[in-house]
Design a protein around this ligand. Structure first.
Ligand SMILES: [Zn+2]
Length: 123
């Protein structure tokens, strides 16, 4: 069960989360472990000591990085990788830095290959 503090925090910050912002979790909120968040085993390294995730109804999730000094930052992952392989791939390409770089390289290579084919046909 989610506690009252978190639901009002979500109401106030939902649009900022959807806009892709990293938000500081205020210290007065109960710890994610007591508010229905699940601890993640694997997450992109960003200097955090723990990762917490809460799946949302629109198939996204809220992802919290917890740091050694107790500070916590939250962001929204548009695709929750825990929901199966298709979602995991979508998460990798849209929500992770490595995925975005990989996608950019793949698109650039595809364009280069296409141009090569076109040039060969014209030439
Ligand atoms: Zn995330």
């Amino acid at each position: 069960m989610m506690m009252y503090g978190w639901s009002s925090w979500f109401e106030q910050n939902w649009w900022a989360l959807c806009a892709g912002n990293n938000l500081v979790i205020p210290a007065w909120l109960p710890h994610p472990s007591t508010a229905g968040f699940k601890r993640l085993e694997l997450a992109g390294p960003a200097g955090q000591v723990a990762d917490w995730s809460l799946p949302l109804m629109d198939e996204s999730r809220v992802h919290i990085h917890e740091y050694e000094n107790g500070a916590m930052l939250a962001h929204r992952d548009k695709h929750d990788p825990e929901r199966g392989p298709v979602k995991a791939v979508a998460h990798f390409f849209t929500d992770t830095t490595l995925g975005k770089v990989t996608a950019a390289v793949a698109i650039t290579s595809a364009i280069a290959a296409l141009l090569y084919l076109i040039v060969r046909r014209i030439g």
